[in-house]
Design a protein around this ligand. Structure first.
Ligand SMILES: *[C@@H]1O[C@H](CO)[C@@H](O)[C@H](O)[C@H]1NC(C)=O
Ligand SMILES: *[C@@H]1O[C@H](CO)[C@@H](O)[C@H](O)[C@H]1NC(C)=O
Length: 995
């Protein structure tokens, strides 16, 4: 979490801090001791005033200024080619020092994967540090067996007179050019690499996260990739770094011009109405600060270092692209079954009693609760692995967690990325977690070898150096020791961008002030002005309006006071931006000549500075985007060691390609607004593409006050996200599901569906883990030949078979949605709640009734779902009898599968795989594997879309009469109940056939 920076910046710091601002920050301030806590001045988190290059009208255009390269010494081999690239003219040194000689390596790695790498020929002779992303940190698969592949991709190159070396990647089967730098110049400098690629009109790109934006990125967006602690601003760089895009091209079939992609918006004049599509993917394996400029006719990649390291995936469907990408970065972890239960969290559960009361309230209102979470409240002065001895002591905590565990419930606490460094002048401030890390050289350094000391919640802090093996060991030991004291069930990793509330090593001369207070007010602290009214706040209500207007006047006063004061103390109001110029032979890592459009401005603001140095000499500049990924890996190893054999449950904030192999992700610090509820869908779908399917957002909203209507809609929507957690900021109004009666009902209704679908969701994760399949899916991926779905992101599929069409706007009682394939008669859908087939609408867009507390959910025909029932926990749900829903497709058949295991072992000693198929009045179930833990009775079977009552209502299993069926003419469904005794009371005991 992060305090509202906008809010705090408007306010004066408390008097103590105000009195000390002149000596703090870079000052020494070692002679004064304060009884009260010292507040770091807000100015400590202000960086240089920078103008992002993309907004700078005077910026050098490297395409004009730079000479490009020429290729020579081209050598082809059975698996690709190598070449030498030489600067084609006078160095431009636009945003760094031009590299004269480059190596080009092209490798056809598999039938579907092409790798292109361009790097300096002789790194040592560049006479400057040069960092190529190590395969120790991020895998870089190469050609496996030296065999020529039958790739659908072809690399071709040319030297043009005007622009020099350029290359194309072409899809052989269609002749379509997927990537073309031809006609543009390659720029390769010490701190700036540029690659310009041509694009067709209105191209469809997806991915390039992490960003709060619609699913389809459009052609007017600068995507900065630089991990930042920033509360979900729209279109900016935020927590994660995912330099991967999926591109989909749609082609019209049968109009004689099918090699030209059709563009959005679709022109249906003279169109055949028949389309196909092909998709490909590109992964730019680079951890430097980066920008991708999406413009109408081209896409430009710019990065602040490293190499051009491009992996192309030929698809040709999105599913293929995702499989191919995850083959490179790693497939998602198999989650614990309990992880799919409902999670409640907030910043502000101030002690064990308050925390347990929340658990008790869920029980009282009979709302399922799987896991209770604590934010930083539980820590002793915000220190990792150290509980507050009064409010969150270990003995009461252990007793509480034991009660949770015996109820089948779980506990997950937050763990921060920074480590408090104790005050050397105060012996009672000792902190052994710091000492053991310091003794093992586990923390980041300043360039001079001293400790880098930034500032986070506890005060001045140090930061783990994940590139050092010792830090991994230290983290593992400290976490294990803490788990000995408190039997937690998982870890929530925060602040991992890595966040620091001041610029540079601000604590270096100020340690005797520790612990210090951040330079902003925490929500609700004295002086903080709460003016975030709930989303549904009724301005026409006289009482509410009166209190609102007096509050906003107070706010205006506070704002103007702060502004006046700032104006009075600021020496200059000019826009004299800091501009740096390249110096041959050296890099300026803190202020690179090229200024990316970082949400925080200066790279060192609200983050550990780029010149922080790892023990192996690598600068943070070169690996900044990896911190969040590496703390997740370290935490995975630590939990695996502390709880041998059990799957570590981890939710992390900052992620990188591959993070899904160890953790899930939550969407960060959103706000209680309807539009953030909408953005949760494209954010989730993007993380599907990034191989992190365990995704969910702060349900009901984090910052600001939620309200009944928003929370009602959101508790229902998030019930269909893999990670389902309600979380709230300190001091905001309570928003647990039991706070409003309509939300209680809405939550139970949606949870009822979720619980029935848990075996299906778990099977989807098994498929993700084993095959790289996605869990939440865009409509466009399930219907790749429908270009009208290219930007659909207000609905989604959960797996292939569940369509969710939520209400995302305030005050609505209906929602417009599509049923892909329904008008075209390739697909049928059944209403989840009343089981009735959806009738074919006259147009694609359909208005669906959705009164408050109803979330439209549909089963797509062709599916067989094995379901269980809702219970207060997933443990109890797993002990309920089974049901089977058969939802035939247009051709009357359906299939389904089910994966079963103990739900928690890394290597289950027994598993079971069930496949189900239905056709022509019979249902076949095939069982393989020996896991018996879910061998329970079958309660009933519901067959949907039965147009008329069958001639006989006798139901037989394996030839024996077991029950009668009941036909419902209204819903056109056939219900077969009373099956508990059939199959010996064990539905998955062996193969069976029902007729
Ligand atoms: C404050 O610390 C800096 C850095 O060590 C040092 O250069 C400077 O002399 C110190 N100033 C005082 C007044 O001690
Ligand atoms: C570049 O290619 C040359 C010639 O093949 C080789 O000797 C050199 O090691 C390569 N440099 C790098 C950094 O890979």
């Amino acid at each position: 979490m992060r305090a509202n920076a906008l809010l705090s910046s408007l306010l004066l710091v408390p008097c103590l801090a105000a009195a000390q601002t002149t000596t703090a920050g870079s000052g020494n301030a070692t002679t004064t001791t304060f009884a009260a806590q010292f507040t770091v001045p807000a100015a400590a988190d202000e960086g240089a005033l920078l103008l992002p290059n993309v907004f700078d009208p005077t910026a050098i255009n490297a395409q004009i200024a730079c000479p490009g390269y020429n290729a020579s010494s081209v050598k082809t081999s059975s698996t690709g080619l190598t070449a030498h690239l030489t600067l084609a003219g006078t160095a431009c040194n636009a945003y760094g020092t031009d590299i004269h000689d480059l190596n080009l390596t092209v490798e056809y790695q598999t039938d579907s994967r092409l790798h292109i790498n361009i790097r300096p020929s002789n790194i040592a002779s560049q006479n400057q540090s040069w960092y190529l992303l190590s395969t120790d940190y991020v895998p870089a698969p190469s050609q496996e067996n030296g065999q020529m592949t039958t790739s659908d991709l072809t690399f071709s190159w040319s030297n043009s007179v005007k622009t020099g070396f350029g290359f194309n990647v072409t899809r052989n089967s269609t002749g379509d050019v997927l990537f073309s730098t031809t006609g543009t110049k390659l720029v390769f400098e010490s701190q700036f690499i540029e690659l310009v690629t041509q694009q067709e009109e209105n191209y469809n790109l997806y991915g390039l996260g992490e960003v709060i934006h619609g699913l389809r990125l459009g052609n007017n967006l600068t995507r900065t990739i630089y991990a930042a602690d920033s509360g979900d601003p729209i279109d900016y760089n935020i927590y994660g770094s995912h330099p991967f895009y999926l591109q989909t091209k749609y082609f019209e079939v049968g109009n004689g011009n099918s090699s030209t992609p059709v563009t959005q918006p679709l022109d249906t004049t003279n169109a055949t109405g028949n389309y196909t599509s092909s998709s490909h993917g590109i992964y730019f394996r680079n951890a430097h600060g980066m920008e991708i400029l999406m413009r109408p006719t081209n896409v430009t990649w710019r990065t602040l270092g490293g190499s051009i390291d491009l992996y192309f995936f030929s698809g040709p469907a999105q599913t293929d692209v995702t499989h191919q990408y995850l083959d490179v970065i790693g497939k998602p972890a198999l989650q614990n079954y309990w992880g799919f239960g409902f999670h409640q969290c907030r910043w502000g559960y101030e002690n064990w009693t308050v925390t347990e009361n929340v658990v008790n309230n869920y029980a009282k209102f009979e709302i399922p609760l799987e896991t209770i979470w604590n934010d930083i409240d539980y820590m002793f002065q915000y220190r990792d692995f150290d509980n507050d001895p009064i409010r969150f002591n270990y003995s009461d905590g252990t007793a509480f967690l034991n009660r949770l565990h015996s109820n089948g419930q779980h506990y997950v606490p937050i763990i921060d990325s920074a480590i408090y460094i104790p005050n050397p002048a105060n012996a009672s401030d000792a902190y052994s977690v710091f000492n053991s890390g310091n003794q093992t050289n586990s923390f980041l350094l300043n360039p001079d070898g001293s400790l880098y000391i930034g500032e986070v919640w506890p005060g001045y802090t140090v930061f783990p150096d994940w590139l050092a093996a010792s830090a991994q060991t230290w983290w593992k030991n400290e976490m294990a020791a803490w788990i000995q004291k408190l039997p937690i069930d998982g870890a929530w990793i925060d602040m991992s961008e890595v966040s620091s509330f001041c610029v540079g090593s601000c604590g270096t001369y100020n340690l005797s002030l520790n612990p210090v207070h951040p330079g902003f007010l925490l929500p609700g602290e004295p002086g903080d002005v709460i003016y975030d009214y709930p989303e549904g706040f009724n301005i026409t209500n006289a009482t509410e309006a009166a209190s609102a207007s007096s509050a906003s006047m107070a706010q205006a006063d506070a704002t103007s006071t702060a502004t006046n004061t700032a104006a009075g103390t600021t020496s200059s109001t000019s826009t004299s931006y800091l501009r740096t110029t390249p110096t041959p032979g050296s890099r300026n890592v803190n202020h690179p000549p090229y200024v990316i459009n970082n949400v925080q401005g200066d790279l060192a603001v609200h983050a550990v500075a780029p010149n922080a140095t790892h023990h192996n000499g690598i600068q943070e500049y070169d690996v900044h985007n990896l911190f969040g990924h590496q703390i997740l890996q370290a935490t995975y190893a630590a939990l695996a060691a502390a709880k041998p054999g059990l799957r570590p449950f981890i939710i992390g904030r900052s992620t990188f390609p591959g993070s899904g192999t160890v953790a899930g992700h939550w969407g960060g610090d959103n706000a209680s607004k309807f539009y953030y509820m909408y953005f949760s869908i494209p954010q989730a779908l993007s993380f599907s593409l990034f191989g992190i399917p365990m995704f969910g957002v702060d349900t009901c909203g984090f910052n600001s006050n939620s309200d009944e209507e928003l929370c009602n809609r959101w508790m229902q929507l998030s019930a269909f996200f893999p990670f389902y957690r309600n979380h709230n900021v300190l001091s905001a109004n309570s928003q647990e599901a039991y706070v409003w009666s309509s939300v209680i009902d809405a939550t139970k209704t949606a949870m009822n569906v979720r619980f029935q679908l848990l075996p299906y969701i778990y099977t989807l994760f098994y498929n993700a883990h084993t095959s790289g399949d996605t869990v939440m899916r865009a409509l466009a991926w399930e219907f790749p030949n429908d270009p009208s779905l290219a930007d659909a992101d207000r609905q989604f599929f959960l797996g292939p078979s569940i369509l969710v069409t939520p209400v995302l706007t305030q005050g609505a009682t209906s929602v417009d949605g599509v049923f892909p394939g329904l008008v075209e008669k390739t697909d049928v859908y059944y209403d989840w709640y009343n089981k009735t087939p959806v009738s074919v609408p006259s147009s694609k867009n359909t208005t669906i009734a959705a009164p408050l507390s109803h979330i439209p959910v549909y089963i797509r025909g062709g599916a067989i779902l094995a379901t269980q029932q809702m219970a207060m926990t997933t443990r109890d749900a797993r002990n309920t009898s089974w049901s089977i829903i058969v939802a035939p497709g247009v051709n009357g058949t359906a299939t389904g599968s089910l994966y079963l295991d103990d739900g928690e072992s890394v290597q289950p000693n027994a598993t079971k795989l069930v496949t189900m198929s239905a056709a022509m009045g019979s249902l076949n179930v095939t069982v393989s594997g020996s896991y018996t833990g879910l061998d329970l009775p079958l309660a009933n079977i519901t067959i949907l879309g039965v147009t008329q009552a069958p001639p006989s209502n006798v139901v037989m299993i394996n030839g024996d009469v077991v029950a009668n069926s009941t036909y419902n003419a209204t819903s056109k469904s056939l219900f077969i109940g009373g099956l508990e005794k059939a199959l010996g009371g064990n539905v998955w005991g062996g193969n069976w056939t029902l007729s």
